[in-house]
Design a binder for this molecule. Structure first.
Ligand SMILES: Nc1ncnc2c1ncn2[C@@H]1O[C@H](COP(=O)(O)OP(=O)(O)OP(=O)(O)O)[C@@H](O)[C@H]1O
Length: 586
């Protein structure tokens, strides 16, 4: 039960609905006791020759009345119990999604998308089943069993009742025995479904790569294999249920057998009347469903408990990146000065530092560029500046304040970031550019940002213009267009710090120049940090840092660096040669 603590708040907010639901179940079960009693009286009256036409109608009237009342009351319990269970699913899904939004990038590096989606669907469904049908299958048998035992004792005495109920403890033994196995096997089912979802999600997301590498058959094979694993784990669960459910049925049949044989003897002996015997057997029949339900409830709750455990694993994961207790809460704006003091960084779980002993001072409003071989740590440095990971204290400062003490919202709202992978959402181009504004940007602002990023011309060429849908149900932009929409999304924020992570690699040198010229105006008095592989992108920077294997090996302006004969000079010569070859080929 401790797994369900996550639902405490929800359950306490909805206790009224559950109490009303319990009331209606109580009511239905109570009036359900009338019919067997009536049948007994009916039998005894017939046997004694006391029944006339009016008498028959009286009995029929009572039975029909009870049935009608039961039907109406059942409607209410469904509304209160099943309805609240549906609400719990919405509540949990919202809670899970909000929590996932807060988790750090590192969490998503270690948890696969498909599996997370399985949590939000299958696991939440199993929990809803527990709070709806599972809850009902728990309280209903409780009432029915209590009432029927009471009515049985009242009708035929405690002896026959006790004999008939003797096999019941077996039910508890069987349920306990099977409960643990069901829990384990259901966890396996959910895990294998998670892996299956992930396989589907990845192969669809990477559909182009799969096709270009002619890996369709291999993908189908891998999917089929995982599908079989999923099938087998479901089969293992079904096998347990296949034994468990008949065992529960067997116990209830045993009760019947005892009731029939011993009850029959009592009738023959004249200890009870035939009517009482019929009432008793009808009460016993009423107990069949609760006994089955007890079996069912253990099954549902074990499944839900396994799912709850999986959900709790996510819900109890604390975001690694959060506002620190000593943050400077009133820092709501940035000037944009950045300083690195002996910055050394190792990724969580890794042994080797990716950045080593970096010392850099970037006054507010300056343009600094970083160049270096692939894997030298450029993106890592930006990740730290955006606090996707936490740098150690005393190593990274913004406006002279340790970055760990700057409120996350202030930091990120003041940074315009153009990531290396230009992820755009499946929305209109307008909504993509205005992503940060929650609807507050005007069309003029959106167009200005697009013009500055040299993509306005392309957008107006689309028949739908800014309303052109992107993504799965829309158009696919070229790499260069995507980069420019992504730049527009960053510059519309008018950020104090602009970060471009290799963001001009897919545009030609002419467009690159235009974008840089535009950016120069907008970034007047603002800090820019530009990562590039092409020297043409960064040659105007106030300072260029050359990074190699996590260390700054050269620094200076373009002209200063060309004086030396280091990596920068080497890269410049190479790119110059490439350009000359390209020109001679034209
Ligand atoms: N989450 C991570 N966990 C562990 N190591 C990582 C992680 N992300 C990156 N790295 C490693 O850190 C090193 C630096 O990566 P980074 O992305 O910063 O390089 P880069 O200079 O930006 O490269 P490129 O120019 O190719 O984009 C690489 O060796 C990379 O494998």
């Amino acid at each position: 039960m401790k797994n369900f603590i996550t639902l405490k708040e929800f359950l306490s907010a909805h206790k009224k609905e559950y109490f009303l639901g319990i009331f209606w179940v109580f009511f239905v079960d109570l009036i359900g006791m009338i019919t067997p009693k009536i049948l007994g009286h009916f039998t005894d009256d017939i046997k004694a020759g006391l029944l006339d036409r009016a008498g028959v109608w009286k009995y029929v009237g009572i039975i029909v009345g009870v049935a009608a009342l039961t039907a109406v009351s059942r409607y209410f319990w469904r509304i209160y119990i099943m309805g609240t269970a549906r609400t719990s699913e919405v509540y949990m899904r919202d809670k899970l999604y909000s929590h996932l939004q807060k988790l750090s990038p590192n969490f998503f590096n270690h948890n696969k998308t498909g599996d997370l989606m399985a949590h939000a669907t299958n696991d939440l469904n199993a929990i809803r089943m527990a709070l709806g049908p599972g809850f009902l299958s728990f309280i209903d048998p409780m009432f029915v069993l209590t009432f029927t035992v009471f009515m049985m004792i009242y009708t035929v005495g405690w002896q026959l009742t006790l004999f008939a109920l003797a096999p019941m403890p077996l039910l508890i033994v069987v349920s306990r025995m099977f409960g643990k196995v069901i829990h384990k096997r259901f966890t396996e089912v959910q895990e294998s479904f998670g892996t299956l979802s992930d396989r589907v999600q990845e192969s669809f997301a990477g559909a182009r790569v799969v096709k270009t590498f002619v890996q369709e058959d291999a993908e189908i094979e891998k999917f089929t294999a995982q599908n079989r694993v999923n099938y087998k784990s479901n089969l293992k669960l079904a096998r347990v249920n296949g034994i468990y459910n008949p065992l529960v049925q067997l116990v209830s049949t045993l009760s019947f057998l005892i009731a029939l044989s011993y009850g029959g003897i009592l009738v023959v002996r004249g200890s009870i009347t035939l009517g009482e015997f019929i009432s008793f057997n009808t009460y016993l029949a009423l107990m069949t469903w609760p006994m089955m339900a007890i079996g069912q409830v253990i099954n549902i709750w074990q499944r839900a408990s396994a799912s709850m455990q999986r959900i709790n694993h996510i819900m109890t994961t604390q975001p690694e990146i959060h506002d620190e207790p000593d943050m400077i809460a009133d820092k709501t704006d940035l000037d944009g000065a950045i300083e690195l003091r002996n910055l050394t960084f190792t990724y969580p779980g890794s042994q080797t530092p990716v950045l080593k002993n970096l010392n850099v001072t970037i006054p507010a409003g300056k343009k600094v560029a970083i160049i270096g071989r692939t894997g030298s740590g450029k993106t890592t440095l930006l990740n730290l500046l955006l606090r996707m990971y936490n740098p150690d204290r005393g190593q990274m400062f913004v406006d002279g304040v340790d970055i760990n003490r700057v409120p996350l919202e202030t930091l990120r709202e003041n940074i315009g970031y153009v990531p290396q992978e230009n992820f755009l959402f499946s929305k209109s181009i307008r909504d993509n550019i205005a992503f940060s504004g929650s609807g507050s940007y005007t069309q003029a602002q959106i167009e200005a940002a697009a013009t500055l990023s040299q993509v306005h011309g392309n957008i107006v060429d689309f028949t739908e213009g800014y309303d052109t849908m992107l993504g799965e149900r829309g158009v696919t932009l070229s790499g260069g267009q995507k980069q420019r929409v992504s730049i527009a999304r960053a510059v519309i924020k008018n950020p104090k710090i602009l970060i471009l992570d290799d963001s001009l690699s897919a545009v030609d040198t002419h467009t690159e120049e235009e974008i840089l010229r535009g950016l120069k105006d907008i970034m007047q008095g603002r800090t820019s940090l530009i990562i590039a592989h092409r020297i043409s992108t960064i040659k105007d920077a106030d300072e260029i840092l050359v990074l190699d294997d996590g260390e700054i090996i050269e620094r200076g302006t373009h002209d200063q660096l060309l004086q030396g004969d280091g990596l920068y000079h080497e890269l410049y010569q190479k790119q110059l040669l490439e350009e000359q070859i390209a020109q001679s080929n034209d």
